[in-house]
Write a protein that binds this ligand. Structure first.
Ligand SMILES: NC(=O)c1ccc[n+]([C@@H]2O[C@H](COP(=O)([O-])OP(=O)(O)OC[C@H]3O[C@@H](n4cnc5c(N)ncnc54)[C@H](OP(=O)(O)O)[C@@H]3O)[C@@H](O)[C@H]2O)c1
Length: 213
């Protein structure tokens, strides 16, 4: 299976969000088929993995315990939206073996970083990161063509509000959890989608791939 990258307007990269969800749209509170999730995620061969700080923070203990083979030269760049400078494990993230490097996305008002920090930074926005500018700069300065968003819903919702998502994939697990964060965050508008593909996997997990109509 191959992924067709649609026309990129200007220098903004193609932005795809893939989220593992329950039938009622929750992103937590059930066991995710991680092998399937990451196998599908490799289809895009993204240049940049754009991740919400809360997604990184939820993995902090696992990151500290994980092997550190070092940066993967051919891997994507990990860019984390972190206007409050909450992420601390930058060096460990860089050495996890998934990404070629890490980039902290900060705003003007981001608290001071540790003086010995060597993490590359991109500063946009005043209180919060300006996501549109980030995408433009990733395209223009770093030549990024495809950005894959990894978020439990909050960052996806903000990107949807800004009209910055081109493609949405839901990996639907056959469970209803009843509460918790939804994949669309606080986004609450009508959105037309065009179904591009579906796949049904063992265990009743269904992959729905949509393009923005
Ligand atoms: N099921 C799945 O596929 C999946 C995937 C990933 C994670 N998860 C789970 O989901 C949870 C984390 O997800 P989450 O939805 O809580 O958070 P998240 O999307 O990972 O992080 C929220 C991000 O949104 C940013 N943000 C919020 N409002 C913004 C605005 N107006 N402008 C710019 N940036 C803005 C925040 O930036 P600041 O840091 O600057 O505030 C933060 O980086 C964890 O429990 C994780 O395990 C599930």
């Amino acid at each position: 299976m191959s992924v067709v990258v649609s026309t990129v307007c200007g220098v903004r990269p193609h932005v795809v969000a893939q989220v593992a969800v329950s039938v009622d749209g929750a992103t937590t509170g059930f066991p995710v088929d991680l092998a399937r999730f990451y196998a599908l995620a490799t289809l895009w061969q993204e240049d940049v993995t754009l991740v919400g700080a809360d997604t990184i923070l939820a993995q902090e203990a696992a990151v500290r315990a994980a092997p550190q083979p070092g940066p993967r030269e051919a891997g994507p760049l990990l860019a984390v939206v972190d206007s409050r400078a909450r992420v601390r494990e930058w060096d460990r993230l860089r050495r996890l073996g998934h990404w070629s490097d890490v980039l902290a996305l900060y705003a003007d008002q981001t608290p001071d970083r540790p003086p010995d920090s060597t993490t590359a930074e991109l500063i946009t926005g005043y209180n919060q990161v300006d996501l549109a500018e980030v995408l433009e700069r990733l395209g223009a300065a770093r030549g990024a063509r495809v950005v894959r968003v990894d978020s439990g819903g909050t960052l996806v919702g903000v990107l949807l509000e800004l009209g910055l998502i081109d493609e949405l994939c839901l990996l639907v697990h056959p469970v209803v959890v009843g509460s918790g964060q939804r994949w669309y965050g606080s986004f609450a508008e009508r959105l037309e989608l065009k179904l591009a593909n579906t796949e049904v996997f063992d265990g009743g997990v269904v992959w729905l791939r949509y393009c923005m109509a």
